[in-house]
Design a protein around this ligand. Sequence first.
Ligand code: PLP
Length: 414
Amino acid sequence: MTRPEPDIDRILTDAADRFGTPSYVYLTDLVEDRISALESAFGRWFRLSYAMKCNPNPALLSWLRSRVPFIDVSSGGEFLLAQSAGWEAERASFTGPAKREIELRTVIQAGLGELVVESLREARLADRIAAEAGRRQDVVIRIAPDRVPKGFGDQMAGRPSPFGIDIEEAEAALAEIIALPNLRVAGLHIYSGTQCLKPAAIVENWGIFIGIFRDLCAAHDLRPDRLIFGSGLGIPYHPGDQALNLDEVAAAAAPELDALKAEPRFSDTELVLELGRYLVGPAGYFVTRVTSTKDSRGARIAICDGGMNGHLAASGHFGMVLRRNYVIHRVGGGEGEEKIDISGPLCTSIDKLGTNVVLPRVEEGDLIAIHASGAYGPTSSPVNFISHPTPREVLVTGGQMTDATRIEGAGLRD
Ligand SMILES: Cc1ncc(COP(=O)(O)O)c(C=O)c1O
């Protein structure tokens, strides 16, 4: 049964009235639809793993717990957050280039599913800690390929990179890791590029992964339990961006994925698609209230209660080379159209959420909504800078709206 489209403006207005602004509003119905779409396109090959770095909100994490099989954590802190949201340690993998001893000890003692080993140093340390804990720890080894196709918003391989073991070193490193007595090599992992909206580039990248997985497993006679594919699936952020057609990606990837699954070495291997923003990004909105407007030398500016401090990514300072507006609308619509700049409350000229945005006439007290804000939101932003109120987080599940705010700062609230 298809659900009726949510009345976004009513939801955002209610959330702002009840919980205040600036706020992030996450709609779980939309996440549910995205999980279904991913399962229907890729379910015959992949199971999903949620990279919680993109949105570690505890209420969202516990909602996801019964809907996504695996979780990827990138710090000891994320591991503890996932556990308190009810995720069992065995369902977690742990990535990250700078894992500290205390983090490794904590997760290994707690029964982590898989450690994603990113260097020989980490493998040796984990081996020692596993011995002390009396465990044989499952690991998957992260490989950094020597090439990433064009079209990824951020790339973690194909050039000097802190992430994973460079493919050039992988054969020798694998031999050493396989020989460590307290680790068990359960598989391989590659995450080399993210935020890609080009189906051909995503499929080509997965093809690179498959080639590497095949060669390394053959060289070491591994029959892996698990191969983890960093999805790279991107989402539309800016006006004019085209959303990915998952069926098109699936159809183009099918020959190589089917061939891999058909090989006896991989007949019992579970393929995992690790992803963050694709699952939750489009299901979240950032809502900020206009505290004043100003006409300045021919430009009209809406000055809002939340800006770059609440939403660094929308201000263009989170990995964007050229600042481009996110999709933005005035909640509740309105008459006419005019160009307006949208700035935040900080005393710096880089605190801008939009330039020349075409909106109906905006006045003091209006709400502005920024789309595609469900990933890399509050925890990726300098929320304490200048001690304005930190963003509220609101979880909307069916008809229920709950305050799911995680970060309390020193800001003075209304
Ligand atoms: C290892 C790893 N896994 C998962 C992700 C999540 O990427 P995305 O949110 O683009 O799906 C990233 C992003 O940087 C990553 O580095």
